[in-house]
Ligand binder design. Structure first.
Ligand code: GTP
Ligand code: MG
Length: 197
C-alpha cells in the first residue's frame, strides 16, 4: 500500500469524542517505550507524525491519524509504566479499556512487544483480555534491529511456546524495526487486505 497522505486528526481521553466517521481503524498498544509511536511514523513515512521519546510515558491520549483519507491509525498510551502516578494509571486504564470495548470502527489491534524480552505477564494478560472481549489482534515484535537473526528466531519460538499454553494457535505476528523499516510492507499489506474485507 502506498501512503499518499497521513494527517493528525485529534487527541482525547474519551472514546465518545473520537472521530464519528465509520472508517476502518487500527490501534497500536503495548508497554510504554515499546515503540508504538515510532512504528506509526515508520509505517506512514512521516518522521514526527506521532510524538516519540526515549522516556516512557510520552503518549498520554488516544490519538487519531487519518491515512489516505480513508482509514485511521490510532496511537495509544503505553501500559505498565511504573513511574506514572496511580491516578494517571487508572485514568489511562479506564479509557484504554473503554476504547477497546466500545470502539465499533476498530478492525484490529496491534499489540507491540519488544523482541528482546522474555514474554511479560502484563502483555500476556492484555492479550488474554482482548481475546475475552472479542477484540481481534496481531502481535508486532519491535526493535528487531537490536538482535541478530538467530536471536530473533529464538525469542519468537520462546514467545510462541508461552502463548500456546493458553491460546489454541499462535496469533498472527509481524517482526519489525522502526530504525531500518523491517516489516513495513508486510504490515501495510496486511492492513490493506483487512481494509478490503
Ligand atoms: P510511550 O508513548 O511512552 O508509551 O512509548 P512508545 O511505545 O510510543 O515508544 P516510542 O515510539 O516513543 O519509542 C520509545 C523509544 O524507543 C525511543 O527512544 C525510540 O527511538 C526507540 N525505538 C522505537 N522503535 C525502535 C526500533 O525499532 N529500534 C530501535 N533501535 N529503537 C526504537
Ligand atoms: Mg507513544
Amino acid at each position: 500500500m502506498h501512503i499518499k497522505s497521513a494527517e493528525f486528526v485529534m487527541s482525547n481521553s474519551d472514546v465518545a469524542k473520537c472521530p464519528k466517521a465509520k472508517l476502518p481503524e487500527y490501534a497500536f498498544i503495548g508497554r510504554s517505550n515499546v515503540g508504538k509511536s515510532s512504528l506509526i511514523n515508520m509505517l506512514t513515512a512521516r518522521k514526527s507524525l506521532a510524538k516519540t521519546s526515549g522516556r516512557p510515558g510520552k503518549t498520554q491520549l488516544i490519538n487519531h491519524f487519518l491515512i489516505n483519507s480513508n482509514w485511521h491509525l490510532v496511537d495509544l498510551p503505553g501500559y505498565g509504566y511504573a513511574r506514572v502516578s496511580k491516578n494517571a494509571k487508572k485514568t489511562f486504564q479506564k479509557f484504554i479499556t473503554e476504547y477497546f470495548s466500545q470502539r465499533e470502527q476498530l478492525v484490529s489491534a496491534f499489540v507491540l512487544v519488544d523482541i528482546r524480552h522474555e514474554p511479560q505477564t502484563i502483555d500476556l494478560e492484555f492479550m488474554q483480555w482482548l481475546g475475552e472481549n472479542g477484540v481481534p489482534f496481531s502481535i508486532i515484535f519491535t526493535k528487531a534491529d537490536k538482535l541478530k537473526p538467530k536471536a530473533i528466531l529464538r525469542n519468537i519460538e520462546a514467545y510462541k511456546a508461552v502463548l500456546l499454553e493458553t491460546w489454541e494457535e499462535m496469533p498472527n505476528y509481524f517482526i519489525t524495526s522502526s530504525s531500518n523499516e523491517t516489516g513495513k510492507d508486510t504490515v501495510l499489506e496486511y492492513i490493506d487486505t483487512l481494509n478490503d474485507n
